[in-house]
Design a protein around this ligand. Structure first.
Ligand code: GDP
Ligand code: MG
Length: 599
């Protein structure tokens, strides 16, 4: 392989600006896939990803491109996940590249993720090549968007290719641009091996398949290797290139190349994203920079509706974890819900994806508890505990200081919406940092905001209040002292552990009231009156009452409306099928889930 003919690049974009569509076109144009074999959006591998239109895991493909100068280039296109939850993975993929193609929608112009991804690419010193996409749209205004790219990002953009990925217009200009402006990789093929892992995938037959970029040295078949962070040692069984429709084994991969290897690796935990692969015989002195262990931001309890399915849930989580080192779980039990798992996620989207996969791919009916962030509690005896489950919250008397995680939040929107955005951020206990005009029709607002406020549908509310125009990006910054309280819910005097939550004192009251109301609305009447109470420590802060049944229920159906009466009785019968006992109170599972649902 001739290093000078290699080009490693990513495509970066705001969601929906056309990254996946352009990837398809580039693959097509390089003739790597026959038209009829071309499955739409090859890089988005899983069904779920395709349905949701997002890319969950990073992937890479090698393309051979015969350029107009007559030379054939090896292009490695590295796909990056498109969501803020996966920002670390994105950063490792970018570290494997020399360049990035920045796709901007010719009608929408620059949006929050356009900037966020561009900044990430700049941090890795990538050569950024803007491309204006969707020029076929009636609302397209490529000249305005190019100007915006120059004004806002400061990139030379007048010569940027104007394309339509969908219609296949001007795609070759993108490849020519990459070949002539993205630098070839360097790195000495004879130096001790340093290869950067940017993804891995579990395969039932071959074990873990590791995706990497060789930064220095050479990877060879049969070579003993070591993962520098995890310390795990293996022998390379196979290495090769990643083609759009499969893998192509080869003898060796030299510095600058992107590829895969297998080595009978049992667990993706031993092939962490960002770790450095080196040789056992001639190890590198130090690892590549930027490695960070995966960090869960959001936790929730996951239970099966049918308690006897607990072992199935464990098997399913273990299977998912084979492929997802950032998913963590450990057993927990709840008086209300039985046996389940406390699961940690990178963010809310990651959480939703896992829940959905458990339900779809493993056919499980789940009950999940309210999501929570990790609180940091310093106890009066000086010990520090990290609490991700309200159940483990220390007694008030044992707490010296309670702290919650804060995130740096960046919102980009047209100035017209600032009046809607700022009160929302204030309401979420955001601390205003600054606001700047990116140009006359785009402002960027910075807040410091508790992570716990962001995970509660902040993104959806923001979108709703700005007609979808605002975009959000955030990253965890630090822990700050906070007035936290643990709220317990009591039904007929019995505490329901699955409904406890930790919140800021200010937020505890409205949330407690809301939960009590929802319980009242969703729990069917019992033979006796049931008080619902929310309490902090022993002090009741909200209450509702479910009146006794059953005469009352039927009494409401006056006169001859027999069908209504029948329906009601049937409903009650149905409800009896799946009941959960919470102390002395029976609750249909459905009602329970309705209460736990965020709103
Ligand atoms: P991604 O989220 O950046 O990967 O965006 P996709 O490639 O999934 O595209 C998002 C949507 O925009 C899809 O409905 C595409 O069909 C559409 N799209 C992509 N490129 C073009 C284009 O050049 N013109 C038009 N009109 N639509 C496009
Ligand atoms: Mg996509």
């Amino acid at each position: 392989t001739d290093q000078s003919k290699i080009r490693n690049f990513s495509i970066i974009a705001h969601i929906d600006h056309g990254k996946s569509t352009l990837s398809d076109r580039l693959i097509e144009l390089c003739g790597a896939v026959e038209q009829r074999e071309m499955e739409s959006q090859l890089l988005d591998n899983m069904d779920l990803e395709r349905e949701r239109g997002i890319t969950i895991k990073a992937r890479a493909v090698k393309l051979s491109y015969k350029a107009l100068d007559g030379e054939t280039y090896e292009l490695n296109l590295i796909d990056t996940p498109g969501h803020v939850d996966f920002n670390y993975e994105v950063s490792r993929s970018l570290a494997a590249c020399e360049g990035a193609v920045l796709v901007v929608d010719a009608a929408q112009g620059i949006e929050a993720q356009t900037l966020a991804n561009t900044y990430l690419a700049m941090e890795h010193d990538l050569e950024i090549r803007p491309v204006v996409n969707k020029i076929d749209l009636p609302a397209a205004d490529p000249a305005r968007v190019k100007q915006e790219i120059e004004d806002v990002i400061g990139l030379e953009a007048q010569d940027a290719p104007e394309i339509s990925a969908k219609m296949g217009i001007n795609i070759q200009a993108v490849l020519e641009d990459v070949v002539h402006h993205v630098p070839a990789p360097d790195g000495d093929p004879k130096a001790p091996l340093k290869a950067l892992i940017f993804d891995s995938q579990y395969d039932a037959y071959r074990g873990v398949i590791v995706f990497f970029r060789v930064m220095e040295g050479t990877v060879k078949t049969g070579m003993p290797i070591r993962m520098m962070a995890s310390g795990a040692q293996y022998e390379v069984i196979e290495c090769g290139h990643l083609l759009p429709l499969g893998m192509e084994p080869c003898k060796e991969l030299i510095a600058g190349e992107v590829g895969y290897l297998t080595a009978s690796i049992k667990n993706v935990k031993d092939t962490r994203v960002g770790d450095t692969i080196t040789g056992v015989e001639r190890p590198a002195g130090e690892a590549l920079p930027g490695y960070r262990p995966a960090q869960a931001m959001v936790y929730c309890g996951i239970y099966t509706e049918d308690g006897s399915k607990f072992p199935d849930l464990r098997d399913a989580l273990e299977k998912l974890q084979l492929n997802d080192a950032s998913l963590s779980f450990e057993p927990e039990s709840s008086a209300a819900l039985g046996f389940g798992f406390r699961c940690g996620f990178l963010g809310m989207l990651h959480m939703e994806i896992i829940q959905e996969r458990l339900e779809r791919e493993f056919d499980l009916d789940l009950i999940t508890t309210l999501p929570s962030v990790i609180y940091q509690i310093t106890k009066t005896d000086g010990t520090v505990v990290m609490v991700d489950n309200p159940h483990n919250y220390p007694d008030v008397g044992a707490i010296a200081t309670a702290e919650e995680p804060y995130a740096k939040v960046s919102i980009i929107a047209p100035p017209d919406y600032v009046g809607n955005i700022m009160p929302l951020c204030q309401d979420r206990r955001g601390e205003f940092k600054d606001m700047q005009y990116l140009d006359t029709n785009l402002v960027e607002i910075h807040y410091s905001m508790p992570l716990g406020e962001i995970i509660y549908d902040f993104f959806d509310t923001l979108k709703a209040r700005t007609k979808g125009y605002a975009s959000l990006d955030y990253e965890l910054s630090e822990y700050r002292p906070s007035e936290l309280v643990k709220v317990d819910l009591l039904l007929n005097g019995d505490q329901v552990d699955a409904l406890s939550f930790i919140a800021h004192r200010e937020k505890a009251y409205p949330r407690a009231r809301r939960l009590c109301e929802k319980l009242k609305d969703n729990i069917p009447r019992q033979l006796f009156e049931v008080p619902i109470q929310a309490a902090i420590g022993g002090k009741v802060i909200a209450r509702e009452t479910i009146k006794a049944m059953r005469k009352d229920v039927l009494a409401k159906c006056y006169g001859g409306d027999i069908t209504r009466k029948k329906k009601l009785l049937e409903k009650q019968k149905e409800g009896k099928k799946k009941m959960r006992s919470l102390g002395s109170v029976q609750i249909p599972t459905e009602a329970f889930m309705a209460v736990l649902k965020l709103d």
